[in-house]
Design a protein around this ligand. Structure first.
Ligand SMILES: NC(=O)c1ccc[n+]([C@@H]2O[C@H](COP(=O)([O-])OP(=O)(O)OC[C@H]3O[C@@H](n4cnc5c(N)ncnc54)[C@H](OP(=O)(O)O)[C@@H]3O)[C@@H](O)[C@H]2O)c1
Length: 595
């Protein structure tokens, strides 16, 4: 990624797709010692907006006492009552959720295992609970052999698994093969593309389904994103209904399903047909809302089919992309990705019947904080292209609200929260939907202006070394509130970098060429800024009360092994000492800045 160039028109949060930005470059335990978990946030509350959201928070706070809320029915009281009850309560908390105990002997069916988060999840499960029964892994492949090959190359042989390799030594491959069962499939196909044999086997054996598969490109074609992110969960829930001993359906969603909600946004599930645009109108004018278009997912699918019939072959891609953004904006979401993910949640909630559901909503997932080792990362994700272009001196400013917040969470914390929620609700077996936002913007906000300072400090003390062996000196990063100012800045910078200003009077042809290069690089940076704008000026802050409460249920040992306290993250340490070095090592493969 030497020049600031975008060779594809799609921006994604995710590894491979994000690289499209430049193809060239770069009542849980069911025994009597149960703790009752108060989940007041899982009732759909119809109104939104900052004030209603804050009211809801207060309600949560006043009614919730976290782990101290005990079901006394299970406690044996001493003659004088209180003391023994208190002791039992302490013992109960010390037992924690029982994550490892829960994983033991269970069978899992996981989608998205070849992805960034899926791998971190599998690694952690196999390392902390080597006696899980087995993990069926859905993999897109032409046949079984190809699926096995993908599992080996993309998962088993990944650098991420080096600690497991050390633990198992020579028997590592055997251990992995005994636990991971690749299954050919595709969430976009009917019955998930599973053959009869796989369907029968998984339906008979599986205890937990985890759906991490997604298309994460912000401006993906509407037909494709709907098929994977909305119909995918629907198909998977259909399959879940066939499973004979299923204990839980766990959906990996995103905190940004909250779309254009403003202020503190709570962990509440979506009901079918809910629309964020409608919430805003309800807030302003009850009468008007009655006339507002209702979101109907079936209508959206029909719209896609009908629109495609009318399109010329060569315009399908562009028109489908435009349609996705249009429909997302119409109903109050910023882009096709989060809109289709939100509809995926609606599908799950609508079809779940009595299957217990957990929805994990992480914000922006970045490199691992601690486990299996700090800084593991895959792909050039969300904020990373900007960091890397800045470090290389290609980008000296960006369109971003300096007082805005970048909501980031390390991948291992997301995985730990997922496992804790899974164990808790898998054991409880209640037919309800529990939402967990794993996010930092409310409890430990990282301001864009602070991030810019951290980047400057980092690349000043550890500059990138250019192809001639010289350190690249970076200026402080300029943050622009308006596209106009950002655009002028980009032009000035491009002209200086290419030397266009100095050459223009000397050679007409050369200056024309340089001008085209400048224009292209400015347009590409503007395109990037446009796509990111809903995130760099994001008005929502993700409440994580449920997630915090979940932390309270962990035992002391579990806190160490499965901690996900985002409040404890030191951003300076994480960004400078963990994340950027991780990017250099695992994404740029050593081509990053010198240290
Ligand atoms: N990364 C983030 O910052 C972030 C933040 C919040 C939430 N999330 C959510 O976390 C989950 C995992 O994200 P990630 O970052 O790990 O994404 P990722 O690296 O792009 O991985 C996506 C996974 O989904 C699979 N997949 C895509 N289409 C599929 C299909 N039709 N059938 C079966 N599998 C399919 C991919 O398989 P192939 O390898 O075959 O393509 C891959 O394994 C997603 O649900 C995402 O929405 C991610």
């Amino acid at each position: 990624m030497e020049a600031f160039s975008l060779s594809s028109s799609s921006i994604s949060i995710a590894s491979n797709s994000a690289l499209k930005m430049s193809k060239n470059g770069d009542s849980f335990m069911k025994n009597k010692k149960s703790i009752v978990y108060c989940q007041s946030g899982n009732k759909a509350i119809k109104s939104s907006g900052i004030s209603s959201v804050l009211t809801e928070t207060s309600a949560l706070v006043s009614h919730d006492h976290g782990p101290s809320l005990m079901e006394t029915g299970g406690l044996v009281l001493s003659p004088n009552g209180k003391d023994l009850a208190l002791t039992s309560a302490v013992e109960m908390v010390d037992e924690g959720i029982g994550i490892v105990k829960f994983l033991r002997g269970k069978a899992f069916f996981i989608t998205g295992a070849t992805g960034f988060l899926g791998k971190v999840l599998i690694e952690k499960m196999l390392r902390t609970a080597p006696d899980v029964h087995k993990i069926f892994v859905l993999i897109k492949a032409k046949d079984q052999e190809a699926a096995e090959e993908r599992l080996k190359n993309e998962v088993i042989n990944s650098e991420l698994f080096r600690r497991l390799k050390q633990i198992h030594g020579k028997s590592y491959q055997d251990f992995m093969s005994s636990k991971l069962i690749p299954v050919v499939g595709n969430v976009s196909e009917s019955n998930l593309g599973l053959n009869e044999k796989a369907t029968d086997l998984i339906a008979k054996e599986v205890d937990i389904i985890i759906n991490s598969a997604a298309n994460t490109t912000f401006d993906e074609r509407y037909d494709i994103a709907l098929d994977i992110n909305t119909s995918g969960p629907k198909r998977l829930m259909g399959f879940a209904k066939q499973c004979q001993k299923l204990k839980l359906f766990l959906q990996i969603s995103t905190a940004y399903v909250n779309g254009q909600r403003q202020g503190k946004v709570m962990e509440k599930p979506f009901c079918l047909g809910e629309s964020i645009a409608n919430e805003k109108v309800v807030h302003k004018n009850q009468q008007e809302s009655l006339e507002f278009d209702k979101l109907n997912i079936e209508d959206e699918m029909n719209l896609v089919m009908e629109s495609k019939q009318d399109l010329e072959e060569n315009s399908v891609i562009q028109k489908m992309k435009e349609l996705g953004i249009q429909r997302a904006n119409k109903f109050g979401w910023q882009d096709t990705y989060v809109f289709t993910k939100a509809m995926g949640e609606m599908m799950i909630d609508n079809l779940k019947g009595d299957i217990p559901v957990v929805v994990i909503r992480p914000s922006v997932i970045e490199s691992t904080y601690k486990e299996p080792f700090p800084g593991w990362m895959e792909g050039n994700r969300m904020m990373d292209p900007i960091i890397l272009h800045y470090g290389k001196g290609h980008l000296t400013g960006f369109l971003v609200d300096p007082n805005g917040v970048l909501d980031v969470v390390p991948a291992d914390m997301v995985v730990n929260a997922t496992l804790a929620a899974m164990a808790k609700h898998g054991a409880a077996g209640k037919p309800e939907t529990n939402i967990y936002q794993v996010a930092s913007s409310v409890v430990n906000p990282l301001l864009f202006s602070d991030l810019a300072k951290l980047l400057y400090e980092h690349f000043t003390s550890s500059p990138y070394i250019d192809s001639s062996g010289s350190p690249v000196r970076v200026p402080t990063m300029k943050l622009f509130n308006s596209m106009e100012d950002f655009s002028s800045h980009l032009w000035r910078h491009a002209i200086t970098r290419t030397g266009l200003g100095a050459l223009s009077n000397l050679d007409g042809k050369l200056s024309q060429k340089l001008e085209i290069i400048c224009r292209k690089s400015v347009e590409q940076a503007k395109y990037l800024a446009n796509i990111y704008e809903p995130y760099t000026f994001y008005g929502g802050r993700f409440d994580n009360s449920n997630t915090k409460r979940l932390t309270g249920f962990l035992s002391k040992e579990e806190k160490q092994q499965f901690g996900f306290d985002v409040e404890s993250i030191e951003w300076k340490d994480y960004i400078s000492n963990i994340h950027i070095p991780g990017l250099r090592k695992h994404v740029m493969k050593g081509r990053g800045p010198s240290s």
